[in-house]
Design a protein around this ligand. Structure first.
Ligand code: SAM
Length: 400
């Protein structure tokens, strides 16, 4: 590990923590050489374990963390991750972190970093007792652990969060007529593959997202709307399942996202209408659709493996607020259905406020045949159950 790779990791970490950048977007732009792989491992690892790293830094630092210069703190966090959770040589990790600190903040800061990091080589500080300590270890705020425990019990809540600390494998959906190469088919989710290497013609998607397109049960000739469609991964899957026959219209509230998605689909040879509109007031014909996909905006807690920073951004009132918006979207989607039509509701989160509680008041049922387990009136895929991201799917009919 060279100081420059460590410096790059700390800088990217700072952009994610303080500037709201998305780690997967930043890290996907790096190459695939050895330093890039190390930078990725350090940034993701530090974000996954940040609460426990900060707890340990606070225990050994003579200054409160908030008063430490941002660039130095980020280097200490990355160094802390390597010393506390990594498997490298501790002395090399300290020396390189100190050299990196010297290069950005001078000799005094390097001495400060050296003192802290050497103390960390003696091992982890004890955790507070109870939910606070457990949440620190699982890398989340206590309210997140408490919320999941309330819904699932403490054992499953812990299993979900532990599985969410692991890196996600590379997954893809294979379009019709495309060679999956050496990819391994994901059991129970047609079109989904685990792949070893990126390759042309693959649509990179988690199997849980592919499962949504399968659950929709679209057929050639159907009339289908996708109401929260950008960046278009599921729209393209619906098009492929419909074999390009029938009507497919996509809608998204955010113009730039919709425009980019439309371009992306055109590059893939798919030209369908895209509307910029609010799914709570869709400008679409009533009683006209066989399927309406509502892959609703949500808190994203199911995607922690790929976007570990989400855990640090969530506020306790957000799942409830998102749930209210999701209910409004379902209520607006139902009048679009033909009498035997279905709204396919999906969210890549697992908070009950956005899953079971949202569909509870509707004529909803879980889809058949997917891996995972039923949850209320829906179906749950999750890293601890299916080695996928977390996804809740429910099929909602026009009745009550
Ligand atoms: C989970 S993402 C959809 C991902 C997409 N279905 C895919 O698989 O590629 C949710 C989308 O909802 C859009 N959105 C947010 N609020 C909306 C609203 N009120 N009406 C319609 N779309 C909205 C966001 O811009 C975002 O693109």
């Amino acid at each position: 590990m060279t100081p420059s790779a460590r410096l790059q990791a700390a800088k990217l970490l700072g952009r994610v923590i303080r500037e709201g950048a998305f780690s997967n977007v930043l890290l996907n732009q790096l190459g695939s050489d050895q330093d890039a792989r190390l930078v990725r491992r350090l940034v993701y690892g530090t974000l996954r374990h940040l609460p426990e790293i900060d707890h340990n830094l606070a225990e050994v630092s003579s200054r409160v963390l908030d008063e430490i210069d941002d660039a130095v703190l980020d280097l200490l966090r990355v160094g802390g991750y390597e010393l506390l959770m990594g498997d490298g040589a501790p002395h090399a990790a300290v020396n390189e972190a100190v050299a990196a600190t010297r290069s950005v903040a001078g000799q005094g800061a390097a001495g400060f970093a050296n003192a802290i990091l050497r103390k960390l080589t003696r091992g982890r500080a004890p955790l507070p007792t109870g939910v606070e300590g457990e949440a620190l270890q699982l890398g989340v705020a206590p309210w997140i652990l408490e919320s999941l425990t309330g819904a699932w019990g403490s054992e499953e809540a812990r299993e979900f969060l532990q599985a969410s600390q692991q890196p996600a494998p590379l997954n893809a959906r294979v379009r019709p007529g495309t060679d999956p190469g050496g990819g391994e088919a994901v059991a129970g989710i047609p079109d989904a593959y685990r792949v070893a290497e990126p390759a042309p013609g693959l649509e990179y998607m988690d199997p849980s997202s592919v499962a949504v397109g399968i659950a929709a049960g679209v057929l050639p000739g159907m009339v289908v709307a996708d109401l929260a469609a950008a960046p278009g991964g599921k729209t393209l899957h619906l098009f492929d399942r419909m074999q390009g026959e029938g009507t497919l219209v996509a809608l998204d509230y955010h113009e730039r996202r919709a425009r980019n998605a439309r371009k992306r689909l055109r590059v893939a040879g798919v030209d369908i209408p895209w509307l910029i509109a609010d799914a709570r007031r869709p400008p679409l014909a009533l009683a006209a659709f066989d399927r309406v996909l509502l892959d609703a905006p949500c808190t994203g807690l199911g995607t922690l493996r790929r976007r570990p920073e989400i855990r640090h951004r969530l506020r306790p009132d957000q799942p409830g607020q998102a749930g209210e918006r999701q209910r409004q979207m379902i209520s607006a989607a139902l009048p679009l259905l033909k009498p035997d039509g279905l709204v396919v509701y999906s969210v890549c989160t697992v908070f009950s406020e956005e899953t079971t509680q949202v569909v509870e008041g509707f004529a909803a049922r879980p889809p058949d045949g997917l891996p995972g387990r039923s949850e209320g009136k829906g179906w749950l895929l999750a890293p601890h159950l299916t080695r996928t991201d977390g996804m809740f799917i429910s099929l909602i009919g026009p009745g009550r």
